[in-house]
Every structure is written in C-alpha cells, then in structure tokens.
Design a protein around this ligand. Structure first.
Ligand SMILES: Cc1ncc(COP(=O)(O)O)c(C=O)c1O
Length: 417
C-alpha cells in the first residue's frame, strides 16, 4: 500500500520535472568563484551532522550584540513613530546624511556636504556591488587587490567588467605596488578598489599610500573606491586614516563605510558612502532604480550609533584584542606562527610548517573535519591568498582555550600520510 503510494508520488514528480522548462542563468554567474562562505557553510553543516562541537572562526560576523542604546532606539522608533514604516528617502534622510558629515568632521577632520557628498547604503556591500554596475560597461577594466574582500572582485565580474589583479603579499607589506601596473592597463582601468585596514590580510597603511593612489588615479583617470569598513577596529594607538583625509581625495574617489563592525550591526544592513559628488550621482541613480534605501527606523538607529556614546566601541575593540592575545600566544606555543594585527578582528596566518604543501581549502577542510574549527581558506579571497587562512575572533573568549587544545593535537599529528 505504502509502496503504491510512493510510486504515485514519484511518477507525479517525474511528470512535473518533464514539464518544466530550462532557462540558462546569465553566463556571468559561471565566472564567479564559488561563494567563499558557501564552501565554509557546507563544511560546517557536515561537521554539525557528525555532531562535532564546531568553533566557528570562519566568517567575519561579529558575535557581540549591538549596544543597548542603539537597540532601544530602534524599538522605540518602530513602536512609536509609525511614519517610519513608510518607504524611506532612498539617498538617506537629511538627519542621517548630516550625522555622517558630522562624523567625518569629528573623526577625520574632513568636510562632507550632506546634501550631495553622502549617501545611505543597505550595508556597504550593497554599495560596492552597485558602484561597479554604475560605472562599468562590458569588458571595462577595474583594478582590485588579490586577495580582497570578495565583493570587490565579484562586483566587477557581475557588472560585466574585467578585474585586473594588484597582488598584495608579504613582500609588499600587503600594499599594492602601483608602479607594477602596466601603463596600458592603468590607462584602460576605470575603477580601483582598495581597503585599509584590510580584510583579509589585516594590513594597514599610512596616508602616504593614499597620496600615491591619488596621484596615480589622476594621471590615469581612475575612480578610487576605498573601503573603510574596519576604521575603528584598531589597536595599540594605531588610528586608521580615512582616504578622504588626503588632499585631492574627493577629486578622484569615494569611501565606503559600514556600521556592521564598529557597532556590531552586521545584520541590520546599514552603511554609507561619501566622496566626490559627481561620483556619487551614478550610484544614487542606479540605486533609485533598484531599491528604496535603508528603513527609516534603521537610519535613526544609525544616527544614534554615530552620535551616541562611543564607549561601546572601545569595549568591542578591547574584547577582540583580549581574544587575539590569547589566540596568538597559544598558536605560537603549539607551533603555528602568528602575530598580532594592528587592526581588524582577524588573524591572517600562513599554514603551519607541516601543512605547507597543502592547499588552503584542503587545509581548512581537514581542520574542520578533525577539530571542528572553521576558518576561512586564503584562496577564497583570491589566488594570492593561497598558503594562508584567516581566523575571525568572533566567538566567546572561553572557546579559545578549547580551540588551542584541539589545534595542539592537530599540529602534533600533522597532515595525513
Ligand atoms: C572589507 C569589508 N567591506 C565591507 C564589508 C561589508 O560590510 P556591510 O555589512 O556594511 O555590508 C565587509 C564585511 O565583512 C568587509 O570585510
């Protein structure tokens, strides 16, 4: 009886499958590398299935909660101000843009005109992807570091553009050597993505590098897009310069910024972009055709975050440092070379000696299978990230003790023969 019932279901499904049409997705999608965190997720799910106690140091997803005063602002606004439930002002409400301008004035001593030099974003990732669509025609060249935060490269590909790699590695302190870019490539390039403090490598720069970038951009007519997502996750007195602080920056570029890391608001989806008004216009235009901007209640919460007490930021930074201290000290003890970064909540680590011959993805797979520890393989950020993994210190301090015990055994054992 049950079998007959099953047969019926299978036949019906087969019939439905046959009646379906097939439509090829855009070819661009095939050019994208596998989504980095998709691969990690598969590994994690498999580990959960095996009932492993997973310690997730993979995605840069802040684990600490959004500070209470920001949460309260959101709850109060949603509850008591129903006007905020309507469509928002797509480019950002005046109060939001003014707050962004004030933040730049206070934090970076930079003057931003809130009217036309600031734009609200549904997280900076959204703006980064859309700036590519706003500027790139099919086959246009855009310069991007390798390794990079994946959407810098994938945004170019999705817009039909062609990424040109600027390798960053230990030899150049993870800062692109602009002189190495062939003149004919630089002359063709329309956009350049840079990101300091850098994800995934944790590298930082001083403003001298930005001066060089501006000179380069002027001589080759390139729009510079600086990603400043980790502006405030910095340590030991290092203060990360804004690209906008450098003279001439607005003549050649824009800067993307995010509340995700500074205020642990990754899930809220709110960020912004500032810079030369003529560069923001096409981004605003493309967004106006595609989205309605950031929920007004979120914009008001972001205002609260940027204008409110900043002790919460130092608390977050202190906690990341505490975790990094524990992890770096422990890693060195178990025979894995590690050093403290000047910024970000990551560690960028060369594969431990015994595992040097493995690929970073193979290593990350082995690591999660044997220890339940998830890390991001360097290759996921670009070919020049091979040989490294990124650890995000986004789990509770207590977990690192356990992680180090597991790593000690893993490294002692070495790779499978
Ligand atoms: C360099 C960099 N830029 C942008 C983002 C995304 O920020 P948002 O949450 O504002 O989209 C991230 C997130 O990890 C990042 O590492």
């Amino acid at each position: 009886m049950v079998v007959a019932e099953d047969d019926k279901i299978i036949k019906k499904r087969d019939k439905m499958e046959k009646e379906k049409i097939t439509v090829e997705p855009a070819r661009k999608l095939n050019q994208l590398p596998p989504y980095l965190f998709g691969a990690i997720d598969v590994l994690k799910k498999e580990a959960y299935r095996k009932k492993l106690d997973v310690i997730d140091l993979g995605m840069g997803n802040p684990d600490m909660p959004t500070p209470g005063h920001i949460v309260e602002r959101l709850c109060d606004t949603v509850k008591n101000h129903p006007k905020t439930h309507r469509y928002p002002q797509a480019k950002g409400m005046p109060k939001f843009r003014k707050t962004v301008a004030d933040w730049y004035s206070k934090r970076c001593d930079v003057s931003i005109n809130p009217e036309n030099e600031a734009l609200a974003l549904i997280g900076s990732k959204e703006g980064i992807a859309h700036i590519c669509m706003a500027y790139l025609n099919d086959s246009d060249v855009a310069l991007v570091t390798n390794p990079c935060y994946p959407v810098h490269r994938n945004g170019i590909i999705l817009a039909g553009g062609v990424p040109y790699d600027m390798p960053i590695n230990e030899n150049n302190n993870y800062i692109p050597v602009l002189e190495d870019i062939p003149k004919e490539v630089a002359d063709k390039a329309k956009l350049m993505f840079i990101n300091y403090p850098n994800n995934p490598t944790t590298a930082v720069v001083e403003s001298g590098f930005f001066r060089k970038v501006i000179e380069f951009a002027k001589s080759h007519n390139i729009l510079v897009c600086h990603d400043y997502a980790y502006s405030d996750i910095t340590y030991d007195g290092y203060s990360a310069p804004s690209f906008m602080q450098t003279e001439g920056a607005k003549d050649v570029g824009i800067e993307f910024h995010s509340l995700s890391k500074t205020y642990n608001m990754a899930g809220w989806r709110v960020g912004f972009c500032v810079g030369g008004k003529e560069f923001l216009k096409p981004l605003e235009k493309i967004k106006s055709y595609l989205d309605y901007g950031v929920f007004t209640a979120l914009q008001l919460s972001a205002v609260k975050a940027l204008n409110g007490p900043q002790k919460c930021v130092s608390k977050t930074v202190r906690e990341y440092r505490r975790r990094q201290n524990k992890l770096v000290e422990g890693l060195n003890k178990v025979g894995w070379d590690a050093s403290l970064p000047a910024a970000t909540m990551y560690l960028w680590l060369p594969l431990p000696g015994k595992f040097k011959d493995m690929g970073s993805l193979e290593f990350a797979e082995l690591l999660i299978e044997e220890t339940g520890i998830a890390v991001a393989p360097g290759i996921g950020f670009g070919s020049y990230g091979e040989g490294f993994v990124r650890m995000a210190t986004v789990t509770h301090f207590q977990r690192f003790h356990d992680a180090l015990l597991r790593l000690k055994e893993f490294i002692r054992k070495g790779p499978p023969k």
